[in-house]
Design a protein around this ligand. Structure first.
Ligand SMILES: [Fe+2]
Length: 202
C-alpha cells in the first residue's frame, strides 16, 4: 500500500506565513505585572519617568551622530572621534533605560516619530553648524537630561524603586556628567601666551 505525497501542500507548510496582522498584545501606557515586589503605582510612575528619559537620551545620542558626521574645522579629527565615543555611550544608556522600562512591566518608546513627539530637547536644523554651536547644543541637551534625571532618581528612591534609582545615578547621571566635562573643555577660550613674556611693555 503506497501513499501519494502532495508536494505542493508540504512545501506550503514549510514556507513563512507572511503579512500577518493582529492587535497589540500590550498597548502603550499600560503595564503588565511582574513578580518584582514593587507596587503597580510605583512601576507606573517609574515607567512614565523612564520613557521621558529614554526619548531625551535617544535624541542626545542622535545629536552626537549628527555632529560626528557634520563637524568641521581644525579640531575635526578629535571631535569626530569624541562625538562617536559619546554616541556609543549614549546608545548603551538607551538600551539600559529601555530594558528597565520593560522589566517594570511597561512599554518603552522606540521609533523616531514617537521620540520626536516626546523629547524636550530642541530640534536642531538639518544643516551643518559651527563647532561652538554644536557643542553649546550638546551641553544644553546634557543639562536637560541631567536635570530631569536628578529629579527622577530622587522620586525613585522615595518610592522604593532602588533599581531605577541606581540605573539613573550610576549610569545616566555619571555618564552625562563625564561627557559634559569632555565636551565643555572645547569651549574654553584660552588667551594666547605673549611671545615677549607678557610684561605688557610692547
Ligand atoms: Fe563614523
Amino acid at each position: 500500500m503506497s501513499t501519494t505525497l502532495d508536494i505542493d501542500s508540504i512545501l506550503r507548510q514549510a514556507g513563512p506565513v507572511l503579512h500577518q496582522q493582529g492587535h497589540e498584545i500590550q498597548p502603550f501606557g499600560h503595564l503588565v505585572r511582574l513578580p518584582i515586589a514593587l507596587a503597580e503605582s510605583v512601576c507606573k510612575h517609574s515607567v512614565e519617568n523612564l520613557n521621558q528619559l529614554l526619548a531625551d537620551t535617544i535624541t542626545l545620542r542622535d545629536l552626537y551622530k549628527k555632529h560626528h558626521w557634520q563637524v568641521v574645522g581644525h579640531t575635526f579629527y578629535q571631535l569626530h572621534l569624541l562625538f562617536d565615543k559619546h554616541y556609543d555611550e549614549q546608545s548603551t544608556l538607551v538600551d539600559q533605560v529601555a530594558e528597565r522600562i520593560q522589566l517594570l512591566g511597561g512599554v518603552g518608546i522606540a521609533m523616531a516619530a514617537d521620540v520626536a513627539e516626546t523629547t524636550i530637547i530642541p530640534r536642531p536644523p538639518k544643516g551643518r553648524e559651527p563647532v561652538p554651536v554644536q557643542i553649546s547644543r550638546l551641553l544644553h541637551a546634557h543639562e536637560i537630561v541631567l536635570r530631569e534625571a536628578r529629579t527622577m532618581a530622587r522620586q525613585a528612591a522615595e518610592n522604593g524603586d532602588d533599581g531605577t534609582n541606581d540605573l539613573i545615578v550610576s549610569d545616566v547621571i555619571r555618564t552625562n556628567e563625564l561627557e559634559v566635562w569632555f565636551v565643555a573643555e572645547h569651549l574654553v577660550d584660552t588667551p594666547l601666551v605673549r611671545a615677549n613674556g607678557g610684561s605688557g611693555n610692547a
